[in-house]
Design a protein around this ligand. Structure first.
Ligand SMILES: [Zn+2]
Length: 1072
C-alpha cells in the first residue's frame, strides 16, 4: 500500500514521459489484479478513478493514440469503474464520454482495443445519467455495428457490446430511442439467430445478454407494445420450449419468463365490479361506501423481479419495520384516559357474575350429586345458553335479538340437546347401544324439523346442496329408493330424509363434535345471503389424521412452468374454453353440470367463491368475493366442487389474491375434505395440492371495476389436485375451516361435558353483532371447594386471564388454537383442575362472528379491520371491540386488570407459533435510540410466558417472538391493552398457516391437532407462569410439584426475582 501511495503522489497525468507512465500502469495493474477488492476501493477513495480518466483524456489527445498506453489504461478503468459507484458521475464530470465513444469508434476495426473500450463503456452506462448522455451521442448505433448475427468470430467483443447495450438500455430515454429506431425488432431477430445456431449451447451468455436488452427495453410501455407488435411473445415462448429440459439454460428460461410475464397484456378481472357481492346497510347512516384502505402499493416498476430467486429467503422481515417503531418515550409511557363516560362501565358488572355469586347452592347440589350419577340431572336450568332465558343474562340489553319469551320457555331444541347429552354421557360411562343412540338422534332431528314448520322462519338446511344431479349420494345412501324420489316433490321431504339418513350414518366418534348440535346452531346463524345450505365438513365434523403432513417439496421451476402455461393461453388459444361455470352475481350466467365440467358451490357459512371459469378442460380460474362492504381483502377461500373425474390432475388458479408473497411458495398446501372419504370413516381435512405456486399475474384493477383501486395488482395462487374419488363432493379451503356455528355448537358440547361440580362455566352474550348474531363471552374457573368463607375468598380473589380469538375471519387457525384452550380448560385433567383454581378466565372465542359467517378474510361488516379499532372503537360499528374493551376497563376500574391478556391470530408469512408483546426498552433499543436505563425501568416479566411456551409447546419458537411497539400497531388489542389497561403481559399469539421450521414439528405442516395442542399447552404455560411469578398457597405448590415435576431452578431463580424490591418498583414506575 505504501508503494501505491507513493506512485499516486506523483502527478502522472501530466507526465510526458511515456516510460514512466507505462511503468506506473504496469505496477497498478499488478497491484489491483491481486487480492480482494479492498485495494481497488483504496484507489477509488484516493481519487484513482478521476486520475485514470484524466490520463485517458491525455492519451487520447496524442496523435496518433498510442495503443501501448491506451490498452492498460482502459483495462484499469474498466476494473476500477466496476467497483466505483460514482464512476458514471466522474466520467461526466471529466467530460470523458466523448473520448470513450470516439476511441470506440476509432477502434471498430481493432478488436482487442475495441473490447476494452466496450468494457469501459459498459461501466459508464451503469450510471443512468451517463448512459443517457452516451445514448444521445450515438453509443447505441455504434454498438449495433459490433453486435453481429451468430458467428464464432470475435465472441469476446460481441459479448462486451451486448453487455454494454444492456447497460445503456437501463435508461428509459435510451430504451425509447431504441424502440423508435427499430432496434427492438433487431434484437429479437438477433436473439432468434443465436438461439437457432448455438445448438451446443456454447454461447449462453450472449443469448442471455440479448434477452437482458429486451428485458430492459420492455420496462417502458412503448417497449412492451412494440414487443407485442413484433410477435415477441410468440418468438420467446416458442424458443424457450427448447430450453426447458436443460438445467444449464436456466438463466435463459428465467429471463424469458420474466419478459413474458411483464409483457403479457394487462386485463381487468372478469368482474363488473370488484366490490363485494354482499353489502350490508350500516347503522347510524354510515356510508357503506367506505374509503378504501391503503393497499400494498405495487404498481408496475422497472424492478419487477421473479419471486423464484427469493425462494430461499424465507421469513424475511420487512426492512421498513424499523421506521415504524414508536420512539417517543412519552407516548410509549403515557396512559390515555377512558374513551367513554365512566358511568358506562357499570353495565359490565353483569359480565362478572362470578364476583357476586354466593354459591348457596353448593351443598344441596353436592347432595343431589350423591343421589344420582347422571350428571345431566344437574344441568343448571339457567344455563340453557343456547336460547338464553331472561335471567341468564342480567342486562336486558344483552338479550338475544328477536327472541320471544315463549320460544325461550319451551324450546323443542332444548329437548334435542338433552337427548343427545344423555347419549353422550352414556358413551362416556358404559358401552352404549348404537341403535338406541341412533333412534334418539333421529327423533331429535324430527323434532328439529317440526320446529321449522312455521313457514316464516323455515329455512330447511341441507348438509350440502344435494340437487337431483347428485347420483353419488343416492348410490351411497339410497340405492333402492332412487326411483322413488320424486323430483317434483320439493326439496323439503328429500332433505329431511337425507338428513335423517346422514345422521344415522354418523358414527358420533368425533370428540366434541355433534352434527346434531351443529344443525341446531346453524339454523340460528344469521348471514347476509341467508344461507340455506351447510357445508358437509362443518356439519359432519373433522377428525385429524394420525400423522402430520410434511411441507411440500417445491419442485424446481414450478412457477415458471405455470407462468408459461398461462402465457400459452395467448399463444396457443386452441384449447381454451372460457366458460363461466359459477357466478355468485349472475347465477343465470353459470352453467352447472355441463358435460366434462366441475360444479362449484359456496353459498354456505364461511364460503366465498364468487366466480369460476373453466379455462381449459381441466383448468379453472377462480375469483374470491371481497369482504362485505369493501372491494378488497381476498386471500381466504372455501368452496365446494363436485363432478370430478378420477386420477386427473385439475389445475385451479385463484386469480385475485392480494398479498405480495405467500407461504404457498414455501411448502404450504391448502386443505381438502372429501365427502366420500368421510362416509367411509375418514372424515377429515387433509393438506392437499401439488405444483403450488403464488405469483403476480396480469390482472389489474380497472377504474370501472374498482374506482380508487385502479391499477392495483393481483396475484395468482395456483395448485393442482387429484381428487380421491370419481364423482365425489369435495371441499377446498385456504386453511382448516372453523365456522361460527361450529364454535357455538362446540361451546354447547363443552358446557354439557364439563363436570359442574368442579368447573364454573358461564356463557353470556357480550353483545350482538351488526347482523344480530350473539358474540359469546365465557367465564371459566374452578368452583369454590365449599361455601366456607376462606374458599369463597380464594375464589373471588383469583387473578384474571383474558383470552380472545378470531378477530380476523380468515385466520381460522386461531379458532382451532382456541378450541384446544377451551377443551383443556374444562377438562378433568388435574393440571386443568389446578389451573382453574389459580385464575378466572374471561374468554371471547370469536370476536368477529359476522366476518367469519360471511366468508370475509380480514374485516367485519363495517368494512373495518376490527384489530385496528381498539383506540376508539365505535359502539355502533364495532360492538364486539367496544364491549370487550368496556369489560377490560371495568376489570381495571375494580383493580382486577388481567394478569395475562392474549389475542389469538394466524400468520400468513411466517412459520411456527410465536407471541408479539410490548416492551418500551426493546422498542427503543431496536430503533437505535439511546436508552437511559435510570429513567426507564421496565419489568421484564413479559418475557416469562414466551420462554415457558418455548419449553412446553412443540410448535412454539421463542426466537420468532417480538416485543416491539410499532406505530402502525398502536390501535391493536395488544398495544391498547398494554398501554391503557396497564397489562404487562399483553400478547398477540400468531400461529402459522404453514408449519414449523424448528423443534419437534420441524418440516411439518401444522394440522388441527397441533393447533389444538398449542391451545392446551398455552394453558399449561399459564400454570407454570403462575407458579413462577406469583404467590401461591403451599397446597397449590405441593399439587403442582406432583403434577409438573418442576425443576428447582425455575422456582428458585424466579422467586428471587419476584421478591426483589427493585422489580416491584419498576412496575410502579412504568404504569402509574
Ligand atoms: Zn390477525
Amino acid at each position: 500500500m505504501c508503494r501505491l501511495r507513493r506512485i499516486q503522489r506523483k502527478s502522472w497525468q501530466s507526465s510526458c514521459d511515456k516510460d514512466v507512465l507505462l511503468n506506473i500502469l504496469g505496477v497498478l495493474t499488478d497491484l489491483l489484479s491481486l487480492g480482494t477488492g479492498r485495494r481497488i476501493h483504496y484507489v477509488i477513495s484516493k481519487g484513482g478513478s478521476e486520475a485514470l480518466l484524466q490520463a485517458l483524456i491525455s492519451a487520447a489527445r496524442t496523435e496518433p493514440p498510442d495503443p501501448s498506453i491506451l490498452l492498460p489504461l482502459l483495462r484499469l478503468l474498466a476494473r476500477v469503474g466496476q467497483k466505483d459507484r460514482k464512476f458514471g458521475i466522474k466520467v461526466q464530470k471529466a467530460e470523458a464520454t466523448d473520448v470513450i465513444l470516439s476511441l470506440t469508434r476509432q477502434n471498430l476495426g481493432h478488436h482487442l482495443n475495441l473490447t476494452h473500450c466496450l468494457w469501459v463503456l459498459r461501466v459508464c452506462a451503469s450510471n443512468v445519467a451517463a448512459g443517457t448522455t452516451l445514448g444521445i451521442n450515438g453509443a447505441m448505433e455504434l454498438l449495433f455495428k459490433v453486435i453481429t448475427p451468430y458467428s464464432k468470430q470475435h465472441i469476446r467483443t460481441v459479448r462486451a457490446a451486448i453487455e454494454a447495450l444492456a447497460a445503456l438500455l437501463k435508461s428509459k430515454s435510451n430504451s425509447r430511442q431504441a424502440v423508435n429506431r427499430g432496434y427492438l425488432g433487431g434484437l429479437l431477430r438477433l436473439y432468434q439467430d443465436w438461439h437457432h445456431n448455438d445448438v451446443s449451447n456454447n454461447y449462453i451468455y450472449i443469448r442471455r445478454g440479448l434477452l437482458l436488452c429486451l428485458k430492459h427495453i420492455t420496462n417502458i410501455q412503448l417497449g412492451r407494445e412494440t414487443f407485442l407488435g413484433s410477435r415477441g411473445m410468440e418468438i420467446l415462448f416458442t424458443s424457450v420450449q427448447d430450453c426447458l429440459s436443460c438445467k444449464n439454460l436456466d438463466p435463459i428460461v428465467t429471463t424469458v419468463t420474466q419478459i413474458l410475464r411483464k409483457c403479457y397484456p394487462k386485463e381487468p378481472l372478469p368482474l363488473v365490479t370488484v366490490r363485494s357481492s354482499y353489502s350490508f346497510p350500516l347503522p347510524g347512516n354510515v356510508k357503506t361506501e367506505r374509503p378504501c384502505m391503503g393497499s400494498e402499493d405495487d404498481n408496475e416498476s422497472d424492478s419487477e423481479e421473479d419471486m423464484e430467486k427469493d425462494l430461499n429467503k424465507d421469513d424475511v422481515e420487512g426492512k421498513e419495520e424499523d421506521y415504524d417503531l414508536e420512539t417517543d418515550v412519552n407516548k410509549l409511557r403515557s396512559r390515555p384516559g377512558l374513551d367513554r363516560p365512566e358511568e358506562e362501565l357499570g353495565q359490565y358488572e353483569a359480565m362478572c357474575p362470578e364476583l357476586s355469586h354466593d354459591f348457596q347452592e353448593l351443598d344441596s347440589e353436592s347432595e343431589e350429586e350423591k343421589k344420582s350419577e347422571d350428571r345431566s340431572a344437574n344441568l343448571p336450568s339457567t344455563s340453557s345458553h343456547f336460547i338464553p332465558s331472561g335471567n341468564s343474562v342480567e342486562d336486558p340489553n344483552h338479550r338475544w335479538r328477536n327472541q320471544s319469551g315463549t320460544e325461550a320457555g319451551s324450546d323443542p331444541q332444548e329437548k334435542d340437546f338433552k337427548a343427545s347429552l344423555q347419549s353422550s354421557i352414556k358413551k362416556e360411562k358404559c358401552s352404549r347401544s348404537l341403535i338406541s343412540e341412533k333412534r334418539e338422534i333421529v327423533e331429535a332431528v324430527q323434532n328439529a324439523n317440526s320446529y321449522e314448520e312455521d313457514p316464516a322462519k323455515s329455512h330447511t338446511f341441507s348438509p350440502c346442496p344435494l340437487p337431483k344431479e347428485a347420483p353419488w349420494y343416492k348410490k351411497i345412501f339410497n340405492p333402492e329408493c332412487e326411483a322413488s324420489i320424486d323430483p317434483s316433490s320439493g326439496v323439503g321431504s328429500e332433505t329431511t330424509e337425507i338428513m335423517t339418513d346422514l345422521l344415522e350414518e354418523h358414527q358420533g366418534n368425533i370428540p366434541f363434535h355433534s352434527p346434531h348440535f351443529y344443525i341446531a346452531r346453524a339454523k340460528c346463524t344469521k348471514s347476509i345471503p341467508a344461507y340455506r345450505d351447510l357445508a358437509f365438513p362443518d356439519f359432519w365434523g373433522h377428525q385429524p389424521p394420525p400423522h402430520g403432513t410434511p411441507m411440500l417439496d417445491r419442485h424446481y421451476g414450478v412457477q415458471r412452468d405455470k407462468v408459461l402455461d398461462d402465457v400459452r393461453r395467448l399463444i396457443q388459444p386452441g384449447d381454451l374454453i372460457g366458460r363461466t361455470v359459477f357466478d355468485l352475481d349472475e347465477p343465470s350466467h353459470s352453467s352447472p353440470g355441463a358435460p366434462c365440467c366441475l360444479t362449484f358451490f359456496s353459498k354456505f357459512e364461511s364460503g366465498n367463491l364468487r366466480k369460476a371459469i373453466q379455462v381449459r378442460e381441466f383448468e379453472y380460474d377462480l375469483i374470491m368475493n371481497a369482504d362485505v362492504n369493501t372491494n378488497q381483502h381476498h386471500q381466504w377461500f372455501y368452496f365446494e366442487v363436485r363432478g370430478m373425474k378420477l386420477a386427473v390432475p385439475y389445475r385451479f388458479n385463484i386469480i385475485n389474491c392480494e398479498k405480495l408473497n405467500s407461504q404457498f411458495n414455501y411448502g404450504m398446501q391448502l386443505v381438502m375434505y372429501s365427502v366420500k372419504e368421510a362416509l367411509q370413516g375418514r372424515p377429515r381435512w387433509l393438506r392437499a395440492g401439488h405444483d403450488i405456486s403464488y405469483y403476480k399475474n396480469h390482472y389489474r384493477c380497472s377504474a370501472a371495476a374498482g374506482g380508487s383501486l385502479k391499477g392495483k395488482c393481483y396475484y395468482t395462487l395456483t395448485f393442482s389436485i387429484k381428487f380421491p374419488h370419481e364423482d365425489d363432493v369435495c371441499y377446498l379451503a385456504y386453511h382448516y375451516p372453523y365456522t361460527y356455528s361450529a364454535m357455538m355448537s362446540h361451546l354447547d358440547v363443552l358446557e354439557q361435558s364439563r363436570n359442574p361440580k368442579k368447573v364454573y362455566w358461564r356463557q353470556q352474550a357480550l353483545c350482538q353483532t351488526l347482523r344480530g348474531n350473539t358474540c359469546p363471552l365465557l367465564t371459566i374457573t374452578a368452583m369454590p371447594e365449599s361455601k366456607k368463607s376462606d374458599d369463597l375468598e380464594q375464589f373471588y380473589s383469583r387473578p384474571y386471564v383474558f383470552l380472545m380469538a378470531r378477530v380476523h375471519p380468515g385466520e381460522s387457525n386461531a379458532s382451532w388454537v382456541m378450541k384446544g384452550t377451551l377443551e383443556f380448560l374444562v377438562s378433568s385433567d388435574p393440571i386443568a383442575d389446578l389451573l382453574r383454581k389459580c385464575f378466572i378466565f374471561k374468554i371471547v372465542p370469536m370476536l368477529n362472528p359476522d366476518g367469519v359467517i360471511n366468508g370475509n378474510h380480514r374485516c367485519s361488516l363495517s368494512g373495518d379491520d376490527l384489530n385496528r379499532q381498539w383506540l376508539t372503537p365505535s359502539s355502533q360499528l364495532h360492538p364486539t371491540i367496544y364491549h370487550t374493551k368496556g369489560l377490560l376497563y371495568y376489570l381495571r376500574s375494580i383493580g382486577r386488570a388481567p394478569l395475562v391478556f392474549c389475542d389469538y391470530h394466524g400468520h400468513s408469512q411466517k412459520k411456527n407459533v410465536f407471541l408479539y408483546g410490548c416492551s418500551i426498552k426493546e422498542t427503543l433499543w431496536q430503533a437505535g435510540c439511546m436508552v437511559d436505563t435510570a429513567v426507564i425501568t421496565e419489568d421484564v416479566g413479559y418475557r416469562t410466558l414466551p420462554k415457558i411456551l418455548d419449553k412446553v409447546a412443540p410448535a412454539f419458537v421463542m426466537n420468532s417472538c417480538s416485543f416491539l411497539v410499532e406505530k402502525s400497531r398502536e390501535s391493536t388489542a395488544r398495544v391498547v391493552v398494554w398501554q391503557e389497561m396497564g397489562v404487562l403481559r399483553s400478547y398477540t399469539m400468531e400461529s402459522t398457516y404453514c408449519g414449523c421450521s424448528h423443534g419437534l414439528y420441524k418440516g411439518l405442516q401444522l394440522g388441527t391437532q397441533e393447533l389444538e395442542e398449542m391451545g392446551s399447552k398455552f394453558c399449561l404455560a399459564l400454570l407454570i407462569l403462575h407458579l413462577k411469578s406469583f404467590p401461591c398457597s403451599k397446597k397449590v405448590m405441593a399439587q403442582a410439584a406432583l403434577l409438573l415435576d418442576l425443576e428447582e431452578e425455575i422456582t428458585i431463580t424466579d422467586r428471587a426475582q419476584r421478591c426483589s424490591p427493585n422489580n416491584a418498583e419498576t412496575l410502579e414506575i412504568c404504569w402509574q
